[in-house]
Ligand binder design. Structure first.
Ligand code: AN7
Length: 335
């Protein structure tokens, strides 16, 4: 499949001769979830964004943001990140042949994401502060130096990410509700824009981790905490737009506890064969805990791949079975 810019150029801010930096992102599966559907009493589909080239939905936005940066002559791109934006930026910067710089909160990014950012060759800066502090600082740096800021405050990110709604519309025709995790609130903003552009208006339900739920409280959270490190964000940049998406679609925002997130995380792996990362499971945790306003057909966005965070996965399972290299021991272990 061609990448997003090629597929949807007529609905994206790119012209025919513009450079395209792509890893053939998008075109991700929309998988029916029979057991989850039975559990919540609705027809539930999972948008598997973890199957993008770097394992998260960020690639949709990054192909657009980096292509635009290259078009505009940028020699470097920068972001603050809880991990996935960093991995994606690093990959697209490598592909473009420009410098990538990422600022991540010290000790709070999943190990797979860190490995990605480093392998793709970005400069990885570990900040003694959280995501919100990192975002404030990169905005300052990008405002005075010729470095393109590619966090979701960059409108090209929203443009790219809205294409997931186009794909859902193509696959289903229509849907009643969308459940999505909310961190910095770029993705819910993008999905709503995409749905509006194809004439759909599903109810938008955003879910935040209970320890990092500023939209639920109506006030920034100074010290956000959650096992879902990707959405450990206390002051979302797209706050108003996220609230607008939820209110104008008659959806809503609610919190899910870490225990609820981890329950959904295990359920998806064991009952549906889908391994997503903890932040992604917040969409399903929210659907299970709060419902989707009686919607019949629901899409849950699974934003990132489970392989990104092996530490959390291993904390949720019993260990491997040790065994001597003898047939009787093997039989005892297997049977
Ligand atoms: C797996 O990488 O903010 O509400 O810096 O990685 O658009 O922020 C990640 C966010 C959900 C929330 N699921 O999306 C980053 C970053 C996963 C994520 C979100 C993120 P937004």
């Amino acid at each position: 499949m061609p990448g997003l810019i090629e597929r949807y150029r007529d609905r994206l801010p790119f012209s025919a001769g513009d450079p395209v930096i792509s890893l053939e992102e998008g075109s991700t599966p929309l998988l029916f979830a029979p057991r989850l559907s039975e559990r919540v009493g609705a027809e539930v589909h999972l948008k598997l964004e973890g199957l993008n080239p770097t394992g998260s939905f960020k690639d949709r936005g990054m192909t657009c943001a980096v292509s635009a940066a290259v078009r505009d002559g940028a020699e470097a791109v920068i972001c603050a990140s809880t991990g996935n934006t960093a991995a994606s930026l690093a990959a697209y910067a490598a592909r473009a042949g420009i410098r990538g710089v990422v600022i991540v909160p010290e000790g709070k990014i999943a190990v797979g994401k860190l490995a990605q950012a480093l392998m793709y060759g970005a400069r990885v800066i570990s900040l003694a502060g959280n995501f919100d502090a990192a975002l404030t600082l990169v905005r300052q740096v990008a405002s005075v130096h010729p470095i393109a800021l590619v966090n979701s405050v960059n409108d090209f990110r929203i443009e790219g990410q809205k294409t997931a709604s186009f794909e859902i519309a193509e696959a289903l025709g229509d849907l009643d509700a969308l459940c999505i995790p909310v961190g910095n609130a770029g993705n819910i903003t993008a999905y709503w824009k995409g749905f509006r552009e194809v004439g759909l208006a599903p109810r938008m339900f955003g879910f935040q981790a209970a320890g990092a739920a500023p939209l639920v409280h109506g006030a920034p959270v100074a010290h956000p905490e959650t096992v879902a490190s990707a959405i450990r964000i206390g002051n979302p940049a797209r706050w108003e737009q996220a609230m607008d998406a939820m209110t104008s679609s008659a959806g809503g925002v609610a919190a899910v506890t870490d225990a609820q997130i981890l329950d959904a995380y295990r359920f998806l792996a064991r009952q549906e064969g889908v391994f997503c990362e903890p932040a992604s499971a917040a969409s399903v945790a929210g659907l299970i805990a709060h419902g989707a306003g009686g919607a019949e057909r629901v899409v849950c966005v699974l934003t990132g791949n489970g392989l990104k965070d092996p530490d959390t996965a291993l904390s949720q399972v019993s260990g491997v079975v040790a065994c001597a290299a003898e047939i009787s021991a093997i039989e005892a272990a297997v049977l």
